[in-house]
Design a protein around this ligand. Structure first.
Ligand code: ADP
Ligand code: ZN
Length: 651
């Protein structure tokens, strides 16, 4: 299709859809061998591929992208479940360029809209957003462009669609499709519910003929069902991708001295890398960021209690500069499409596997080896169980929170492959991965029935004597026979269980208590003191009808963070200098244009250039990630860097 000869930019929706209808007419009138609809279908696929190649410079669609694009281009609804980094954006961006009208993207990520629009502009796609951060004049300009058909994509926050004004505005525009990004926000079961998303059922009621594509990286069967139901995606085609992220190494270790542990982790494995450290509370975010900085790590804090300015500045630095560590609550990260985040560390236990997988998924979007590291301990379990007990919302809500926590705990305590468990949670079968801590250094299992009985009988005795309010520390003191001031004061040396667990070290007792809590064999009372109590499963342990299987915490965390299953080809030694030169050029260019570096070119594209050393625009264009717009904007500059670097090498 000679789209290049169209008067508009070749990828503008008008140009392409004009091409498309011409194509359909052509097929219908030619009426030769293949049935016209079939031929139109295959030619529309061809057109989609050409668009991908011309605008984005990617040689081919990945995975199910081609089928998804095809579905939406032909006007059908789609529900897309694809892991982070899978390539969801292409699934609505390409169809938008092929359909008549603007693609309206509903996204909760106001703070990232500018970057998204900039990234599209770098590809020559005309995108804009409407949100509360804009001046009235900017907003009016966007509305004008929208109504005159000058936009390919329009980003909107879901709350915008509540206003009749916005709806009326969209009525006056031609809409090619609706993309509902982060669609799991509609699910109340999930971890990220946003009430505004419930309003999105209006899309189908008000614009019944406009196709909708809902996308998310969260994929438990429950959330999946809930998205389809709540968005009324009755006739949608469902596309569920492989959720594995093989380049991420999953590791969970016992929490002993969290700051020292995370420092060691960063220093020995990720010195100078960009990463995210998640903490549960605002206080621990502030504290951890300050401590990391004291130890020479470029760390910034991010949580909802900071001024909006500070948050925006820290986020911008994280995105734009190399090697920043963001210490954050889970308020940070959704939609962050920085491709080279090399690690995600959790210093507190996440509340659910869905949240954990989503957060860790922010590492390694570029497919290069990355680490998901979590430190977790006894206090995490006590604290979270207590928080659930004290949480608002009825018993059903508490049961739901408990179910989420239990699944997370089971993952932490497993002696099997972490990835097999994670993927099973999303309904996907797999084999042991070889790239998680339990695969690299399989932990031992042991029979912990007798220690469990000792602990439980101590709880029973304290309970009988109406000594309430004893947490793990005191119980362990009694078991190991430690005469702490509290033990002495209360006369607990006279308990028959005093010292009966002295064959086990204090540290190991903590691991035992933690695991009994995780397995629901010991409970926590809701009194706010973390008092350990009997639980539903305790009786069977005490009577000896159940045995207790525990894991022995590995003495040292496994080494080998850099082992990889699917290694991308590393840069050959002779291309390294050029790669570094290109990175320097990219940093300078990104700064000058005040966009994140990856908006200019991804690392993958720079590697491609460094490896092939193109000397002409034609050769440059062969490299994945260089479409027409980037070729025109940066082509000469890149060739100059290559030439300069090659000269330097010859000399
Ligand atoms: P997601 O939104 O699913 O997390 P993105 O849409 O941000 O993922 O895509 C992840 C990365 O993969 C981006 O750098 C993107 O440019 C790249 N990508 C997507 N589709 C392709 C493709 N067909 N070929 C090459 N790279 C692709
Ligand atoms: Zn594994």
């Amino acid at each position: 299709m000679p789209a290049d000869r169209c008067p508009q930019a070749p990828w503008s929706s008008r140009a392409v859809s004009a091409g498309l209808s011409r194509l359909t007419r052509m097929t219908v009138s030619s009426g030769v061998t293949a049935p016209p609809t079939q031929r139109a279908a295959s030619e529309s696929r061809q057109l989609a591929l050409e668009t991908l190649q011309r605008v984005w410079g990617y040689p081919a669609f990945r995975g199910e992208q081609a089928d998804i694009v095809d579905r939406v281009v032909s006007g059908g609804d789609a529900l897309v479940l694809m892991p982070t980094g899978g390539g969801k954006s292409i699934c609505y961006q390409v169809p938008t360029l092929l359909r008549n009208g603007v693609g309206v993207v509903v996204s909760p990520l106001i703070a990232l809209m500018q970057d998204q629009v900039d990234a599209l502009a770098a590809h020559g796609v005309r995108a804009a957003f409407l949100n509360s951060t804009q001046s009235p004049a900017d907003r009016a300009a966007v509305e004008r462009d929208l109504l005159s058909g000058e936009l390919d994509l329009l980003y909107l926050a879901p709350e915008r669609l509540r206003s009749e004004q916005t709806r009326a505005l969209l009525d006056r525009a031609t809409i090619g499709l609706f993309a509902i990004d982060e669609a799991h926000c509609v699910a109340q079961w999930g971890h990220d519910f946003r009430p505004d998303y419930l309003e999105l059922s209006v899309l189908h009621e008000r614009w019944p003929t406009v196709p909708r594509i809902a996308l998310t990286a969260t994929a438990t069967p429950q959330t999946h069902r809930e998205i389809a139901e709540r968005l009324g995606l009755v006739d949608a085609a469902h596309f569920v991708s492989d959720f594995d992220r093989p380049n991420i190494q999953y590791r969970i270790e016992p929490k002993t001295a969290p700051l020292q542990q995370v420092l060691k982790f960063i220093r020995t494995e990720h010195d100078g890398d960009a990463g995210i450290v998640y903490c549960l509370s605002r206080n621990s975010v502030e504290r951890t960021a300050a401590q990391l900085r004291e130890h020479g790590i470029e760390a910034l804090p991010y949580h909802a209690g900071l001024d909006a300015d500070v948050r925006a500045r820290n986020q911008a630095r994280f995105l734009r500069e190399d090697g920043i560590v963001m210490v954050a609550t889970i308020a940070f990260g959704m939609g962050i499409d920085k491709p080279d985040v090399r690690f995600v560390a959790h210093l507190d236990l996440p509340k659910s596997i869905e949240g954990y997988y989503q957060e860790t998924g922010r590492a390694g979007r570029d497919g290069l080896p990355s680490t998901a590291w979590l430190a977790y301990g006894l206090n995490d379990v006590v604290q979270q169980r207590r928080m659930i007990d004290q949480s608002e919302g009825g018993p059903a809500r508490r049961r739901q929170l408990s179910a989420h926590l239990d699944a997370m705990l089971a993952l932490c305590e497993t002696i099997e492959c972490r990835r097999v468990q994670l993927l099973a949670y999303f309904g996907q079968q797999s084999e042991p991965c070889g790239n998680c801590d339990t695969c690299i250094a399989p932990p031992e299992a042991w029979d912990g029935t007798i220690p469990a009985q000792k602990l439980l009988s101590t709880i029973v005795r304290l309970d009988r004597e109406r000594h309430q309010r004893f947490g793990a520390v005191h119980l362990i003191d009694i078991l190991v026979g430690k005469r702490s001031p509290r033990v002495a004061e209360l006369g607990h040396e006279s308990l028959t269980t005093f010292g009966i667990g002295s064959d086990i070290a204090e540290q190991d007792w903590r691991a035992i208590v933690r695991q009994l809590l995780a397995q629901g064999l010991v409970g926590v009372s809701g009194d706010g003191y973390g008092t350990l109590t009997l639980a539903a499963g305790s009786a069977a342990v005490l009577s000896g009808t159940t045995t207790v299987r525990l894991r022995r915490d590995p003495v040292r965390a496994p080494k080998g963070a850099r082992t990889r299953r699917t290694a991308p080809p590393d840069i050959p030694a002779e291309a390294l200098d050029l790669f570094e030169a290109l990175r320097a050029w990219r940093a300078e260019t990104a700064r000058a244009q005040s966009v994140p570096a990856y908006v200019v070119f991804s690392d993958a594209t720079l590697r491609g250039i460094a490896a092939t050393r193109p000397t002409s625009i034609e050769a440059l264009q062969e490299i994945s990630g260089i479409g027409a717009a980037k070729r025109d904007a940066y082509g000469e500059a890149v060739l100059a860097v290559v030439a300069r670097e090659s000269d330097a090498q010859v000399r």
